[in-house]
Ligand binder design. Structure first.
Ligand code: ATP
Length: 277
């Protein structure tokens, strides 16, 4: 699929997902021909409502489908030009891909510093890459202050910082972020997103950012995709999406009469309204 985002990106693509289909437990089809690209050095937002398939897409990319008894049944995923399908998740981490999973998964019984050390184990064997604690603490001074405290006692926002810090320690080429805003206050969301932008611009990390909070995600992303029922329904520059009246109506909760239940339905509904009038 030649997507809009592709057309804007040029040739330098860090991640390319082509027409993938994923099935859980051999019955539930979660992805139905999903395609997207992440150009190098960009933040790409993957948006959509509950159950659209966003987390499944990230798990397919980082090799974590097996944990949930899911399988990639069709399509291909290329990371830095190489197919990821045959690689174990640890090999992908060593190759420069880090996945920050939904729900701030940190080891509550370990200190902040120990959590970061634990994250470096996945790196062993990655040539030329040394864990960079200083870089993590530079982006997250709060984690430095709390480095000797147990991660279980951190606030929700600090745990999200630690989850991102654990991914960052591998100095990834690509970071997959699953709902970093989940459960955080607007102020903390703002703090976390401004750090995400800094990591992208200062460390050059490309990002695939999954969010239900479309407004915040489109404010920091360069490009965006909106998915519904396992596939992309619209894509383009973040600015274009943020200004698209239909996207604004359905995903950003602005304008419109609120009758449609999905983006696709919104389109049908509008067409019907035109025919009737
Ligand atoms: P959310 O924002 O709620 O996490 P999502 O867009 O990330 O939603 P997914 O979690 O990827 O959506 O789920 C996509 C579809 O796959 C849903 O229909 C969901 O019920 C199904 N699904 C997800 N995980 C499993 C699982 N472990 N076993 C079976 N079906 C699953």
């Amino acid at each position: 699929m030649a997507t809009d985002a592709m057309a804007h990106s040029g040739a330098d693509i860090v991640l390319e997902v082509n027409n993938i289909e994923v099935v859980y437990n051999k019955v539930v089809q979660a992805l139905r021909g999903l395609s997207l690209v992440v150009p190098r050095g960009r933040i790409v937002a993957l948006l959509g409502s509950n159950g659209a398939g966003k987390s499944t897409a990230l798990k397919a990319i980082s090799g974590l489908l097996k944990i949930d008894d899911a399988e990639l049944e069709q399509g291909s995923i290329l990371f830095a030009g190489e197919p990821v399908n045959q690689h174990a998740p640890q090999a992908l981490v060593r190759a420069g891909m880090s996945h920050v999973m939904e729900g701030r998964r940190v080891f509550g019984d370990l200190t902040v510093q120990e959590n970061l050390v634990a994250a470096t184990y996945a790196l062993s064997g990655r040539s030329g890459v040394k864990p960079d604690f200083d870089m993590v603490y530079t982006f997250f001074p709060r984690l430095y202050e709390r480095r000797k405290g147990l991660a279980g006692y951190l606030s929700g926002g600090e745990q999200q910082m630690l989850a991102i810090g654990r991914a960052l320690i591998a100095k990834p080429k690509l970071m997959l972020l699953d709902e970093p805003s989940l459960g955080l206050s607007p102020k903390l969301v703002e703090d976390i997103f401004s750090i995400i932008v800094r990591i992208n611009s200062e460390a050059g990390t490309s990002m695939l950012l999954v969010e239900q909070n479309a407004t915040v995600a489109l404010a920091v992303a360069h490009q965006g995709y909106i998915m519904e029922n396992g596939k992309i329904v619209i894509d383009g520059s973040a600015e274009r999406l943020a200004n698209d009246p239909d996207v604004r109506e359905f995903y950003l909760g602005m304008e419109g009469d609120g009758e449609a239940k999905s983006f696709k339905e919104l389109k049908h509904y509008k067409r019907r309204k035109r025919w009737l009038s």
